[in-house]
Design a protein around this ligand. Structure first.
Ligand SMILES: Cc1cc2nc3c(=O)[nH]c(=O)nc-3n(C[C@H](O)[C@H](O)[C@H](O)COP(=O)(O)OP(=O)(O)OC[C@H]3O[C@@H](n4cnc5c(N)ncnc54)[C@H](O)[C@@H]3O)c2cc1C
Length: 459
C-alpha cells in the first residue's frame, strides 16, 4: 500500500524547502526526501563555504599588500588552514543547521532521510515505503561532472565537495576547468599560498564570456602567479610518488604537469541518472537535465523540476526563482514563467565579475544592433583610492527602445554594482531614465550615468 501525500518534494536544495514551506502553510500534506545534507549544494558544498574561503583568501592577499597602503605587518603573512577551515565550517554549519531545523520542524510534512527513486509517474520509494502524490517536485540538483580521463579512477582526485574538507595546503593544485568554479578555487588557493595551474580545453578562461573579460581575468591571475594553460586537453592522470602527473595535449604536442593535488571542476552533471526516471514518462535531454516547460512542468502532468536539474539555471537565485514561480502559479493565482527572468550571475573572484543579460559576443552573433559604453576601472575614483584598478565595466543598450540589453562588469564591488542594472532591466527602464540621477560619490556605481552619456554604436 502506498502512503499518500498531496505533494512530494525530492531534494532540499534552494527550491524544495521554501516550496514545501508554502505548500504546508497552505494545508498540503507533504513528503520531503533528502539523501544527504539538508540545504544541498549552496549551503554545504557551494556558495556559502566557497565565499567564506574567498573572504579568508582576500584577507591573506590584502595582508600581503599591506605595505602598498602604508601599513606594516612586521613579518611574513601566514595562513593557518585549520583555522580557515574551521571558520568556513562554522559559517556553512550555521546555514545547514538553520535549514535542517526549518525542514524537520515543518508542520504537515513528513521527512524521509533517504535516496528517493521513482517507481512510476507520481510514485516513489523512500525510507522503505512507497509514497504517492498528485504533485511531485524534483529539486535534486547537480554534482561535479567527472570526464572520462585515463587513470583518473586510480588517483585521489578532488571535487568541489572534497576540496572543502582539506585541512592542509596543497603544495601544487592542478585544476581541470577554467569556468567559474575553477577560477574561484584557483585564486583562493593561490592566495592561501599553493602553486596553482588551471588547465582548460577552451582557448580561454571563462570561455562563455566576452574575450576581453577572459583576457583581463587571465592577466589578473597571471599577475598573482597562477599558471593558466588553455587550449589544452587533459589526456591522463597518474600517481607520481606522493603527488600526481597530468598529461595534457596542446596543438604543439603533449607535456606533463606534476602537482600534489588534482581538482576536477569540469562542469556539473544533474542528479537524475539514479532517480528511476526510466519508470516514468519524465523526459530528460541528452545531458540528463529534466525537460520542463516555461512553468517548470515536466513531460508528466503534475510533476515539476526546479533548480539545477532542469538546466534552466545553475545558480542559487535561479533555483529560488523556480520556487517563486511555482508558488505563485500553484498558490497565488499568478502566472509566472521562467522566461520572465533576466539571467544574472557573478564569479566571486577578486575583483568579481558580474553579468546580467546579453554579452557583447551574443549580441554580435545574433546580428542585433546595440549601443555600448565601456569604462576601465582605472577611470573610477573609488578604485584608484583603493589601489584596485583592474577590470572594466561594459553596458549594452537597445538603440531603439533605450532599454538595457546586458552588462558585464569586472572590478571591485561589481558583484553589487550589477544590481543597479538588474533592477533597471526588470523595471523595463530605459537608459534615459537614469541619466539625470545623482549618485553618491565616491562609489563605483556612480559612473553608470557617466557611461550612459558615452554610448556609441556596437561595431
Ligand atoms: C563550488 C560551487 C560554488 C557555487 N557558488 C555559487 C554562488 O556563489 N552563487 C550561486 O548562485 N550559485 C553558486 N553555485 C551553484 C549553486 O550551489 C546551485 O545552483 C544551487 O545550490 C541550486 O541547487 P538546487 O536547488 O538545484 O539543488 P542542490 O542544492 O544541489 O540540492 C539538491 C539536493 O537534492 C538531494 N538529492 C539528489 N538526488 C536525490 C534523491 N534521489 N533523493 C533524495 N535527495 C536527493 C541532494 O542530496 C541535495 O541535497 C555554486 C556551486 C558550486 C559547486
Amino acid at each position: 500500500m502506498a502512503r499518500r501525500f498531496d505533494a512530494i518534494v525530492i531534494g532540499t536544495g534552494q527550491a524544495g524547502p521554501p516550496l514545501a514551506g508554502r505548500l504546508t502553510d497552505a494545508g498540503w500534506r507533504c513528503a520531503i526526501v533528502e539523501r544527504q545534507r539538508f540545504g544541498g549544494t549552496c549551503v554545504n558544498y557551494g556558495c556559502t563555504p566557497t565565499k567564506a574561503l574567498v573572504a579568508s583568501a582576500r584577507a591573506a592577499y590584502m595582508a600581503r599588500r599591506a605595505a602598498d597602503f602604508g601599513v606594516q605587518i612586521g613579518g611574513a603573512v601566514q595562513v593557518d588552514m585549520a583555522r580557515v577551515k574551521r571558520r568556513k565550517d562554522e559559517i556553512a554549519g550555521q546555514s545547514n543547521e538553520s535549514i535542517t531545523s526549518y525542514v524537520k520542524d515543518m508542520k504537515n510534512a513528513v521527512v524521509f532521510e533517504d535516496h528517493a527513486v521513482f517507481e512510476g509517474d507520481r510514485r516513489l520509494r523512500a525510507g522503505g515505503e512507497t509514497i504517492e502524490a498528485e504533485r511531485v517536485f524534483i529539486n535534486v540538483g547537480a554534482r561535479a561532472a567527472i570526464p572520462p580521463i585515463e587513470g583518473l579512477d586510480q588517483v585521489p582526485f578532488l571535487t568541489n565537495s572534497s576540496l572543502l574538507d582539506l585541512e592542509t595546503l596543497p603544495e601544487h593544485l592542478i585544476i581541470l576547468g577554467g569556468g567559474y568554479v575553477g577560477v574561484e578555487f584557483g585564486q583562493i588557493y593561490r592566495r592561501f599560498g599553493s602553486k596553482v595551474t588551471i588547465v582548460d580545453h577552451a582557448p580561454r578562461l571563462m570561455s562563455s564570456e566576452d574575450e576581453d573579460v577572459s583576457t583581463e581575468i587571465r592577466g589578473i591571475f597571471e599577475g598573482e602567479g597562477i599558471e593558466v594553460v588553455t587550449g589544452a586537453r587533459v589526456e591522463g592522470v597518474a600517481r607520481d610518488g606522493d603527488g600526481l602527473r597530468v598529461t595534457i595535449a596542446q596543438d604543439d604536442g603533449r607535456r606533463e604537469i606534476a602537482g600534489s593535488h588534482f581538482l576536477v571542476a569540469a562542469g556539473r552533471k544533474p542528479n537524475t541518472d539514479d532517480l528511476g526516471l526510466e519508470t516514468t514518462g519524465i523526459e530528460t535531454d541528452e545531458k540528463g537535465f529534466v525537460r520542463v516547460d516555461d512553468r517548470l512542468q515536466t513531460s508528466v502532468d503534475g510533476v515539476f523540476a526546479l533548480g539545477d536539474c532542469n538546466g534552466r539555471g545553475a545558480f542559487t537565485h535561479t533555483s529560488y526563482n523556480d520556487f517563486e514561480i511555482l508558488a505563485a502559479n500553484l498558490l497565488d493565482g499568478d502566472d509566472r514563467r521562467v522566461s520572465d527572468r533576466f539571467l544574472a550571475y557573478a564569479a566571486f573572484i577578486d575583483p568579481p565579475f558580474a553579468r546580467v543579460g546579453a554579452s557583447e559576443t551574443e549580441l554580435k552573433k545574433a546580428g542585433r544592433k546595440a549601443l555600448i559604453a565601456r569604462l576601465p576601472m582605472s577611470g573610477v575614483a573609488r578604485a584608484r583610492e583603493r589601489s584596485e584598478t583592474d577590470g572594466f565595466m561594459k553596458i549594452l543598450v537597445d538603440p531603439h527602445t533605450g532599454r538595457f540589453l546586458g552588462v558585464g562588469m569586472l572590478g571591485i564591488r561589481c558583484d553589487e554594482v550589477v544590481h543597479a542594472i538588474v533592477y533597471l532591466m526588470h523595471a523595463r527602464a530605459t537608459y534615459r531614465d537614469v541619466m539625470r540621477a545623482v549618485p553618491i560619490h565616491p562609489c563605483v556605481a556612480e559612473l553608470i550615468p557617466t557611461m550612459l552619456k558615452q554610448l556609441e554604436p556596437l561595431e
